[in-house]
Design a binder for this molecule. Structure first.
Ligand SMILES: Cc1ncc(COP(=O)(O)O)c(C=O)c1O
Length: 394
């Protein structure tokens, strides 16, 4: 069996009906494909697999990207969307109706919470939020009408781990589906489908593309679920990735293994440096000596591949936080994650701005917390830069 690094370079370069063999897969920037007569129309529409007819139905750039994601996530099939939020929206629309109940991790990406709280509540779907770090909370939250359970693998920004296998069992016992957002971890660190998740979503805007120049999302599931989702999401919803974005993301995913392995290694090294630093109070990363869910992390992650995100807490003095950011030569503030360059975010003023201060503090989020999306810079350069900038906290 070949390694993922090799597989990504050779995944599905040929497309049905194409005679040329370009080394770089071209962009099919066309919304429609013509057919010369009714025989061909019959042939294209009569095929079991979806042929290329109209943009919502299919596009070769989406097809090659979907194959790469399916291979990475070890699923049966995938669909690619304009963003991860449209991917999540489509699953909720497909799986839920008025009167249904959702159990969602309380440590979840803000817009996912917003979607359930503001949009689906309006349509008569109730959601219970609970801390998935403790599986007994999840058991207690389940009801007879629970149809969907939703969690990320590692939560933002404190990197709490959800035990996907145990949660999948709880979901399946009540006939619910488990949706896992794998954006922070990516399939290189953890493959939720193999742990029992029914749907796996990824923000392709992040690590999978890696270059902060394209937006996309994906859903990976069984072939049956993906076929059912296709009509809702793409034919009716039109939520697909554009050919150009799909082309960029496919170009990006081919180097995912090299980029991300380096970034995850850098994150472990930066976390170890920060943990020892006298001006840093706490570090959140599964590799950290102080990580609270050590044994679960050891069970779920292999070869020190966790995530390239870490958070750390220093002084709450906002002038010092500001000075720290100004002093950094490389890492810049950016409201995203997963690019090849190191970026920072400040949860109290961004992702967790709407949460009351007391609630934030209960889960360790203070004004002194900085989240780092670790890039692929030379680690010595990165550490040296953090070292000089941390002097701002003295
Ligand atoms: C964990 C997680 N899920 C989903 C999303 C949404 O991704 P997109 O911007 O591609 O819709 C984000 C964005 O930051 C995220 O961090």
């Amino acid at each position: 069996m070949s390694d993922i690094m090799t597989d990504l370079l050779y995944s599905e370069k040929q497309i049905d009906g194409m005679d040329l063999k370009p080394d770089s897969f071209p962009i099919f920037q066309s919304t429609v494909y013509t057919m010369s007569d009714m025989d061909e129309v019959g042939e294209v529409y009569g095929k079991k697999e979806r042929g290329f007819t109209y943009i919502r139905r299919g596009n070769p750039n989406r097809t090659v990207l979907e194959s790469a994601i399916t291979m990475l996530e070890k699923g049966e099939a995938s669909l690619c969307y304009g963003s991860c939020m449209s991917a999540i929206l489509s699953i909720m629309i497909k799986e839920l109706k008025a009167g249904d109940h959702v159990v969602c991790n309380s440590h979840i990406y803000g817009e996912t919470k917003h979607l359930l709280q503001e949009v689906f509540e309006k349509f008569g779907v109730e959601t219970t939020y609970t801390d998935f770090t403790d599986v007994s909370n999840v058991k207690a939250a389940v009801r007879e009408n629970t149809k969907v359970m939703f969690s990320e693998v590692l939560s933002n920004p404190t990197l709490r781990l959800a035990d996907v296998k145990s949660i999948a069992d709880i979901a399946h016992n009540v006939g619910a589906v488990l949706v896992i957002d794998n954006t922070f971890t990516t399939p290189l660190a953890f493959a939720p489908f193999t742990a029992g998740a029914d749907y796996v979503v990824n923000s392709l805007t992040k690590y999978i593309n890696g270059h902060n120049d394209a937006s996309g999302g994906s859903v990976t599931a069984s072939k049956e679920k993906i076929d059912a989702l296709f009509d809702t999401a793409l034919m009716c919803g039109g939520l697909f990735t554009s050919p150009f974005d799909a082309w960029l993301i496919h170009r990006g995913v081919q180097t995912l293994a090299v980029r991300l392995e380096k970034q995850m290694e850098n994150a472990c090294k930066l976390a170890a440096f920060l943990e020892k630093h006298e001006l840093v109070d706490k570090v959140y990363h599964p590799s950290a000596a102080s990580y609270e869910q050590r044994s679960l992390a050891d069970e779920m992650f292999k070869d020190d591949k966790y995530t390239a995100i870490l958070s750390f807490v220093a002084s709450e003095d906002m002038n010092k936080v500001n000075e720290f950011m100004k002093r950094l030569q490389y890492a810049q503030y950016a409201p995203t994650l997963g690019g090849i360059r190191t970026t920072l975010s400040h949860p109290v003023t961004s992702s967790h701005a709407s949460m009351p201060d007391a609630d934030r503090r209960k889960i360790g989020i203070t004004p002194g917390m900085i989240r780092v999306s670790v890039g692929m810079e030379n680690i010595d350069d990165l550490i040296k830069d953090f070292e000089q900038a941390l002097e701002a906290f003295r």
